[in-house]
Design a protein around this ligand. Sequence first.
Ligand code: MRU
Length: 336
Amino acid sequence: MKKNNEFNAIEFRDDNLILIDQTKLPLCEEYIHTDDYERIAVAIERLEVRGAPAIGISAAYALALAFKKYKGKIDERFVKVHIRLAATRPTAVNLFWALNKMKECFINIHDKENLYTKLLQTAKEIHEDDISKCEAIAKNGLEIFSKKSVVLTHCNTGQLATGGGGTALNIIKKAYQKGLVKFVYADETRPLLQGSRLTAFELEKNGIPFSINTDSTAAFLMQKGMVDLVITGADRVAANGDSANKIGTYNLAVLAKHHKIPFYIAAPTSTVDHECPDGDSIKIEFRDGNELTFIRDTPITKSKYTSFSPAFDVTPAELIAGIITEEKLCKSPFKF
Ligand code: MRU
């Protein structure tokens, strides 16, 4: 039984995946119940479920669910569903990390009886593993606080974005409980407003004092000495520490450097891509221009205007004071 202020972002119950529909938050708390892998693929594309670890976990459940009732050729089915899910979003490496884990599991199942149950077991392990990684990240992140601090964050990196309590936002939550966070500034995070909708929703649920600001207000806040620390998440960390995260993160890191404010990234090791030597090899997702010209169904400019909409940018390692994983607080030169 959930208390009033509790919610489950991702839950697997009665052979269905239950996702809170993040496109409706914070105004409506509605859930998507499905056992259809295609519906989950679409949920990832529409950002009904989003955030790097949450995307990976949902895709793992989707791959298992594809075998719940299936009676045809399983090898072909696996390849088809794997390709479909891998095509949903390109930047968050956790998606490919989770799909690879599912593939390893599939290859190692010699007796394909009860395939669904076995794949589901691996998907549940991926989910549980992320819950414990979130806890460890929060614990390791406490190290970056030398005093009661005002923190600025970008996008949403909490319970909605992961299987557990979050990455950057979980550090903020834990630090707040320990008396180490005074106030949080949440960048609204244009164009899809993960900050003013989702981070605000989670900060409210956790009773943490905050305000939302336009992304461009970050410069004002830093210039006025109103921010002690910046912490964000990441969608993919290259082997040298260059980190892709929501568009606007790089701006923050440059600003933080100028104002001598430490800029941290928090991410599980499943976000580290050892195959990517540096940020140049990280594939950046470009989103539909309508996400800039409309807010929900309301046009805010002429829809015929062309728009340029990269969903992520890359912050060079040299601007990052530390990367907090479930293992440790890594400092430059980064080695994971
Ligand atoms: O486009 P989104 O909302 O999926 O982007 C999410 C982010 O950029 C998060 O900061 C990142 O995935 C880390 S989530 C713990």
